[in-house]
Design a protein around this ligand. Structure first.
Ligand code: ZN
Ligand code: ZN
Ligand code: ZN
Length: 1018
């Protein structure tokens, strides 16, 4: 320590900033708060008031605060990153300096990200750019129906909420203090009675009249009316009420449990939870579920429920933090382990929010490594073992997933954590992938010979399964999904057990106990065994999707050092982005309103399909407009090519050509020049016809035309990626091949995929059943083909008669279809064998290995009944294999078996079975909602309950019915009865009965149908 001289002290006093400000009389403390959509309305209003009273002087805001909220006088705005577009920039910075006397002050921080830095380098261009004009898309039916719902609900609430003085009613004002399974019936009765009352009829009429506000040409397209409107509104509102009931009942049950265990503290806690839950504002809950219009986009959102313990003991208050966001990002950003900052605290997600099983079943999916297509199913068997889009089976892995409805923090961390300098970031979810796999004939020709297109609307046309469905998955921090506790729903990232002692020949077993806390209580969960496999979180949504299928193969890298696959992925990504930007320009959209991805068909031809889709779930009608006269494909292609002609002449991509805010994660992958060259080569017409042989176009290929042309030849050979797509199997193709065999032709099938000896799928089993005898007789030969990769696949013939000069050749331009997925698909070409083609095909086939004649033997284990219309149904015979047995489980999958006019068939079948077998322990029914003649859709909860009551009355044990929402089931051959039996020796078997028609066809002797039976050891 040194003593300061007075003079020195005086000098310091005048120059030291901290000392000077300490001694200044007018102290200004900086008080900062968050102001985001994550805060409750109440808390936000408090903050706004404090801010306007100048008791707070810094607000940290999210983008949601760009518009709408009046924050009063701002002196300065600091952007902590570069806003995505100039419109956002203007919205944010324009808030400062509205008062005449304040000098506006705006600072933008360009972070070290590619986008921010790129804008920083060309800041002038950014500032000079003009914002696009905002507009509303009137074609969004989803937006419109929300307005209709709000009209009807407002009338309904007026008649059921007695106290009209309540300003903002909460759930309890509508449903009462408690809504349980017992009391909900009365509530629904009130709802139904109201819909039929004079007031109700008037309310629905008013909602219908809203359509008059739409332009005439849109009325019938966008607006719903009549019974369909009533169904939609009552159905959606009912789902909401069911959810509330479920939650409320759970709280009531827990209160009761705790009280019975004399744990009154806990009982009080659960009671307070329930009261708090029922205190939530009705309007918030309705908008969160997308029942009424909101200021945000109509997205499916996910919540992270913060259990902040505020309600404990006290009379309730809404939780201060209400976290909710678009489900596509919510599945990873709110996933267990993720940390979220809100209200100055860090909240860690700890588990899945609890909803009854029916809402959140664990299902299965497989994402194709080649084309990125996703197949989904209720069980692993439902997911085909080869991709239903491209037929590839390499590297395929079936994974389990749920679609979460929300996540929760743990009650053990009621107060959250102090924010430090960092928080855990999560691995982002995978890119959205397409679930739909349209058949070849669903693609339409465009004006461009090398481009085909298909539109998959968000809401498929009635009776059509062609819908734009996308799938987003979060595969967890380590790519293995999450451990989920089935008792308490706690979750954490799954780590593959490390096999530490493989030398001793022991399998790695996790013997460690799984210690975790129940998120609801914060107490140790009694379940302590690690789950065996991980669970992914997924989100599915429908939107308008436009597929652009390029028939010409992608280019190959100039130098052969490059990984071909990687190179083609980069070109595909570049082309896809160029088309997305071109389409946005053409339709005058904001960036982000169109999104894109792509699919590659590599094994069989290096071809690409660009997948464009509307960014707004539910579809905004943008993709649907592409291809209309004023938005033609040639023009779109021209714009895409322009996009790839960079004004700055960059190497791979830059802000002047391809890079924008939305595609930052791909900037390093773009290959502008190569992609531009490729598109140009298409226009010049060179690229599409490659490979040896002289082919001429076959304008309208058909199966009949094919049969006719091959008529005179003694043999037919087919080259294909696989035998059959499990979901898209064409019986007419099978019949054609059988006809050729019966005509004594030798048929040879060359397929790239490894064929399974014991397939699980109906389509393959049926094929095996039909083809086995011919193979055993040597009339049919099947070969495994290894060389069918890359460009080669699009250059070889699809079918040929022989390799003699002049023999018939048929080539199809898009090569990946399986044999029985259209023997020939448009566009196709005809040719004749010459020396070049012979050399090409001979070389390809030289690697082929013939499968043994018993390849299809599994088919011979199948029993088959071909029942004609009028044939008596002998159920005793068809089900003789299970006569007198102990049935442990009976699973019926038939989308239409729950329809009101088919239900009696289920009952009839149950009656038969109860007499035919010893005992049935349990039954599961999988079906779908259906529309009856009056256009009425019976709600799935009602269908399920009716089926359960009806079947249990027949004495078939416990019945569980799973009824899917209308339009959500996929068109697989999923009509199956699976019967699990235990025989006297203790062996378990599954008897699988595949039905070509539904259960009603099987039982109704007026219909023709086929039944296949296969017994598999379990
Ligand atoms: Zn695939
Ligand atoms: Zn647990
Ligand atoms: Zn550029």
């Amino acid at each position: 320590m040194v003593k300061l001289e007075d003079a020195e002290r005086e000098k310091l006093r005048s120059t030291n900033h901290y000392l000077a400000s300490y001694e200044e009389l007018n102290h200004l403390t900086l008080r900062a708060r968050e102001h985001t959509a994550a805060l409750s309305t109440e808390l936000r209003e408090d903050i706004e008031r404090e801010f306007s009273e100048r008791r707070l002087n810094l607000l940290s805001c999210t983008t949601t605060m760009e518009m709408g909220v009046d924050l009063g006088d701002l002196e300065a705005v600091v952007n902590l990153n570069v806003p995505p577009g100039i419109a956002n920039y203007q919205q944010r910075t324009g808030r400062a300096g509205r008062r005449a006397q304040a000098a506006p002050f705006c600072v933008t921080v360009a972070r070290n990200t590619s986008y921010d830095q790129a804008v920083f380098r060309t800041l002038k261009d950014y500032l000079m750019s003009t914002p696009t004009t905002p507009f509303i898309n009137l074609q969004n039916a989803e937006l419109f129906i929300r307005h209709q719902i709000s009209v009807v609900l407002s009338h309904f609430f007026k008649s059921v909420i007695v106290d009209q003085n309540i300003n903002a009613p909460s759930l309890k004002h509508l449903f009462g203090e408690v809504l349980t399974q017992e009391s909900k019936g009365a509530f629904f009765d009130r709802l139904y009675a109201w819909t039929e009352s004079e007031k109700g009829i008037l309310a629905f009429a008013e909602a219908e009249r809203l359509a008059e506000t739409l332009p005439a040409e849109l009325r019938t397209v966008v607006a719903t009316s009549g019974p369909a409107l009533k169904n939609a509104i009552v159905g959606r509102f009912r789902e909401f009420a069911e959810d509330v009931c479920e939650r409320c009942s759970a709280y009531v049950a827990r209160t009761k449990e705790s009280a019975e265990a004399s744990d009154y503290g806990k009982a009080k806690f659960w009671q307070a939870q329930r009261e708090q839950y029922m205190e939530q504002f009705l309007v918030t809950e309705l908008s969160r579920r997308g029942l009424i219009p909101t200021y945000s986009f109509p997205v499916h959102s996910l919540t992270l429920e913060v259990q902040d313990g505020n309600s404990f003991g006290k009379y309730q208050k809404q939780a201060d933090v209400a976290l909710s966001r678009d489900a596509s990002s919510g599945i990873s950003e709110y996933a267990p382990g993720a940390e979220v900052v809100a209200n100055g605290r860090i909240w860690e997600s700890s588990g899945l929010a609890k909803y009854p099983k029916a809402f959140m079943p664990e299902r299965w999916y497989a994402a194709c490594q080649e084309c990125f297509h996703v197949d989904v199913g209720d069980t692993p068997q439902d997911v085909p073992s080869a991709c239903s889009n491209c037929g590839t089976d390499t590297g395929r892995r079936k994974r389990k997933y749920v679609e979460p409805k929300g996540f929760v923090t743990s009650a053990a961390n009621k107060k959250g954590r102090d924010p430090g300098s960092s928080r855990r970031r999560v691995r982002p979810a995978d890119e959205a992938r397409l679930i739909a796999a349209p058949r070849a004939e669903e693609f339409l020709e465009t004006e461009l010979p090398y481009l085909q297109t298909a539109l998959l609307p968000a809401r498929g046309a009635e009776g059509s399964e062609l819908r734009g469905s996308l799938f987003v998955a979060n595969r967890g921090t380590f790519g293995e999904g999450y451990y989920r506790c089935h008792k308490c729903n706690f979750c954490e990232a799954f780590k593959k057990p490390t096999s530490k002692s493989p030398s001793k020949g022991k399998a790695a077993v996790t013997t460690k106990k799984w210690l975790h806390q129940d998120p609801a209580t914060g107490l140790k969960c009694p379940e302590d065994t690690y789950p065996k496999m991980g669970l992914d979180f997924a989100h599915m949504f429908n939107t308008d999707v436009r597929l652009l299928r390029f028939l010409a193969p992608l280019p190959e890298p100039q130098d052969d050092v490059n990984d071909v696959r990687r190179y083609q992925e980069r070109v595909a990504r570049t082309v896809a982005e160029a088309f997305r930007l071109a389409a946005s320009d053409m339709l005058h959209l904001h960036p982000g309103e169109l999104r894109c991805t792509y699919r590659l068909y590599c094994t069989a031809g290096s071809t690409v399909e660009v997948v464009l889709y509307d960014g707004i779930p539910g579809g905004a009608g943008y993709c649907a407009r592409l291809g209309q006269p004023q938005f033609s494909f040639p023009e779109l292609l021209q714009l895409a090519r322009n996009r790839l002609e960079c004004p700055a002449g960059c190497d791979s991509a830059c802000r002047s050509c391809l890079c924008d805010y939305g595609n930052q994660r791909h900037w390093d992958n773009f290959l502008r020049k190569d992609s531009s060259e490729w598109l140009s080569s298409l226009v010049s017409g060179k690229a599409i016809r490659t490979g040896p042989g002289k082919y001429v176009p076959w304008p309208k290929p058909s199966l009949a035309g094919l049969a006719d042309r091959f008529g005179g030849y003694p043999s037919v050979s087919v080259i294909a990626s696989s035998l059959s797509s499990p979901t898209d199997f064409s019986e007419t193709d099978l019949n054609q091949v059988l006809t050729w065999l019966q005509e004594n032709k030798l048929v040879k099938l060359y397929v790239a995929n490894q064929l399974e000896r014991q397939p699980k799928e109906y389509a393959l089993l049926m094929l095996y059943r039909h083809l086995y005898p011919w193979m055993a007789a040597g009339k049919l030969k099947v070969f495994q083909l290894d060389g069918l990769t890359g460009k080669a696949a699009s250059e070889v013939p699809r079918l040929f008669s022989s390799l003699e000069n002049g023999a018939l050749l048929v080539r199809q331009v898009f090569p990946v279809q399986a044999v029985f997925q259209g023997l020939v698909n448009a566009p196709a070409e005809l040719g004749a064998v010459d020396d070049e083609v012979r050399a090409q095909v001979t070389e390809l086939l030289s690697d082929a290995t013939e499968y043994p004649a018993d390849l299809f033997a599994e088919g011979s284990n199948m029993d088959m009944w071909e029942l004609e219309s009028g044939d008596k149904r002998d159920l005793q015979d068809i089900f003789k294999a299970i006569a007198g047995q102990h049935v442990k489980k009976l699973v019926i999958k038939d989308p239409y078996c729950g329809a009101s006019n088919n239900r009696h068939r289920l009952q009839e079948y149950a009656k038969f079975l109860v007499k035919h077998v010893q005992v049935v322990d349990a039954v599961q029914i999988y079906c779908s909602e259906t529309r009856d003649r009056n256009d009425v859709v019976e709600h799935r909860y009602d269908v399920a309950r009716k089926l359960e009551v009806m079947l249990e009355a027949e004495g078939v044990g416990r019945v569980e019915a799973h009824v899917k929402e209308i339009g959500r089931s996929r068109s697989t051959h999923d009509r199956e009865i699976a019967i699990e039996t235990a025989d006297s020796t203790g062996c378990d078997f599954v008897h699988r009965y595949f039905l070509s028609g539904g259960l009603d066809y099987l039982l109704d002797s007026r219909s023709a149908t086929k039944v296949f039976h296969l017994r598999v050891a379990k």
